[in-house]
Write a protein that binds this ligand. Structure first.
Ligand SMILES: [Cu+2]
Length: 119
């Protein structure tokens, strides 16, 4: 292979490599959907990266009203409570601070609990 031909091949290879690299750096913040299903959050425990948008989705099969309340979070994170609904809504929060988030449904606090780890 001539030197000139090698150079001609090198340029497209570098371009291709750059294209593969860019999405990793330009990746959008992720979102994660979790279920609000009669008497449980699904999954009950999950680990996500900082900046992940958590979307709670109420199951259409629900028979009881539920909400999502942050009862304990990393220092400086404001508590929040979603609207109350039986079905048909979603509620989203973006978790930016690293740490452990403890959540529950205020109507079924003994059984409906969720832990989200941001790290
Ligand atoms: Cu509930």
């Amino acid at each position: 292979m001539t030197r000139r031909l090698s150079a001609l091949l090198l340029v497209p290879m570098l371009v291709a490599a750059a294209v593969f690299v860019v999405p990793a750096h330009g990746a959008k913040p992720k979102s994660k959907t979790v279920g609000v299903i009669d008497y449980s959050f699904t999954p009950a425990r999950l680990t996500v990266r900082p900046g992940t948008k958590i979307v709670w989705k109420w199951s259409s099969a629900n028979s009881a009203p539920h909400d999502v309340q942050l009862t304990k979070g990393p220092k400086g994170v404001k508590r929040f409570t979603s609207p109350v609904a039986t079905a048909g809504i979603t509620y989203a929060r973006t978790l930016t601070a690293k740490g452990t988030y403890r959540l529950l449904c205020t109507y079924h606090a003994n059984v409906m609990r969720q832990t989200i780890i941001v790290k």
